[in-house]
Every structure is written in structure tokens, then in C-alpha cells.
Design a protein around this ligand. Structure first.
Ligand SMILES: C[S@@+](CC[C@H](N)C(=O)[O-])C[C@H]1O[C@@H](n2cnc3c(N)ncnc32)[C@H](O)[C@@H]1O
Length: 221
């Protein structure tokens, strides 16, 4: 599997070319925790929200409805997924609220893509597990935060509380879609929490099926 750039884009297009047609209907049963993330985003009035790897735009549409004053942005490496997102957003009459573009999470600039230097909220939902250079994507997302801003992450978890047979079945099935739960995500976030300027809250959901984390970039006093 490729790491980034054109071949990563081609890989994602190949995975989602047909899957995107059933993506929203099927993923609601197993991409757990996304609605909790959206509930907790709570951007300030008029605030800016960026979704990294927005896929079909399902989360951006929900966020636009929950937070009518917010300005929403999303990008994805797959042109096929973005086509679906654009159509879905237009169908709901939200194209003036949500800006989209093609982009790689490991090499992204809000300024370049949207002429927005930094965001009040950034979120990454079930994408770090598909990005081989996920630590680079995490750094880029943190770099896109305004002081006082928050990064919300939800993804497949470390599965510690799940039976072994379930874990091996789940991981074998996820691997077919190039999905690899990031067992070291919690440790990476703990290291981040030790640095000045960041506060981190991280919890395992559903016996470790999913992990949910919120990183706050503390505003200077
Ligand atoms: C499982 S989907 C999640 C989509 C959406 N965030 C959600 O919660 O439904 C993963 C998405 O990550 C995208 N992706 C994978 N690697 C990426 C990268 N390096 N940069 C940006 N997007 C990427 C894929 O194209 C796909 O749309």
C-alpha cells in the first residue's frame, strides 16, 4: 500500500469507487462514536470547522445542521469520495456552507486550500487508521488549530476489552479495506499531553472497539 501522494489517492479511489455508493448506509453500523464527536465539537458562534479526510461528507452535513453559524471545510485524498460528498452537500442545499477540496492529510495547508490559516475545530473520523503516515497527519491537524482550538479524533481502538476471536475477525476484515487500528495512538497522544501547550482527553469506547480523543491547543495566558 502506498504512503502518500498520487499512489495513495489512486489506492483510495480504487477502494471507494463502488463502496462510496453504499458507504453512508453501511458505515453507520460500525463507524461508532462519530455522532458523539459531532455533538461535542461545539464550535464558537461563527467559528470554523475542518474535517480531515471527510469522505462522503456525511459528518460535514451533520455538523452544518447542528451548528448553523459555523463555517465548514473538508478535504479528502480521494476524488471519487469528494464527488459523492459534493453531490450529497448540493442535494441538501448546503454548498454555500461547506467548502471542499482534494488534499492529503500528511501534507495539508488550510491557507493553500481554503485561504484559512487556522481553525477553531479540526476533526478526524476513522481516517488515521487508513493513513500509513498517520503521525504526520496528526501533526498537520494540530498545526491547523487556532490557539484555544480543539482537535477531535474518533477511530478504531486498541480493542483491549473485546474477545480475541472478535478482535482477529475484525482486524482481518478491516485489513481488506486497508484499515489498520493505530494501537499506538493513545501513547502518541499521551506524549503530546506531556508537552506544554496541549491538553489531551482520551477514552476507549465500546470496550476498546473505538477510541475517542480531544486535544486542546491551550491559548496563551
Ligand atoms: C473510512 S473513511 C472516513 C470518512 C469520514 N471521515 C467518515 O467518518 O465517514 C476514510 C477516508 O480517508 C480518506 N483518506 C485516506 N488517506 C488519506 C490521506 N492521506 N489524506 C486525506 N484523506 C485520506 C479516504 O479517501 C476516505 O475517504
Amino acid at each position: 500500500m502506498a504512503h502518500s501522494g498520487a499512489s495513495a489517492a489512486a489506492d483510495m479511489d480504487a477502494i471507494y469507487r463502488y463502496q462510496r455508493c453504499i458507504y453512508d448506509a453501511s458505515r453507520k453500523y460500525y463507524l461508532l462514536g462519530r455522532d458523539r464527536l459531532l455533538d461535542e465539537l461545539a464550535p464558537p458562534p461563527g467559528g470554523s470547522v475542518l474535517e480531515v479526510a471527510c469522505g462522503t461528507g456525511r459528518n460535514l452535513v451533520s455538523a452544518a445542521r447542528c451548528y448553523p453559524g459555523a463555517r465548514l471545510y473538508g478535504f479528502d485524498i480521494s476524488a471519487a469520495m469528494l464527488d459523492t460528498a459534493r453531490a450529497s452537500i448540493a442535494r441538501r442545499g448546503l454548498d454555500d456552507r461547506i467548502a471542499l477540496c482534494l488534499g492529503d492529510a500528511t501534507d495539508f495547508s488550510g491557507d493553500r486550500a481554503f485561504q484559512v490559516a487556522a481553525f477553531d475545530r479540526v476533526f478526524i473520523s476513522y481516517a488515521l487508521s487508513m493513513i500509513p503516515l498517520w503521525r504526520a497527519a496528526l501533526r498537520q491537524a494540530l498545526g491547523a488549530l487556532k490557539p484555544g482550538g480543539r482537535l477531535h479524533i474518533v477511530d478504531f481502538g486498541a480493542q483491549g476489552g473485546l474477545p480475541r476471536w472478535f478482535r482477529s475477525g475484525l482486524n482481518a476484515w478491516l485489513a481488506r479495506f486497508s484499515v489498520e487500528p493505530r494501537a499506538e495512538l493513545q501513547a502518541e497522544l499521551a506524549a503530546l499531553a506531556a508537552l506544554p501547550g496541549y491538553e489531551v482527553r482520551c477514552e476507549q469506547l465500546y470496550r476498546g472497539y473505538a477510541v475517542y480523543a480531544v486535544v486542546t491547543r491551550v491559548a496563551a495566558a
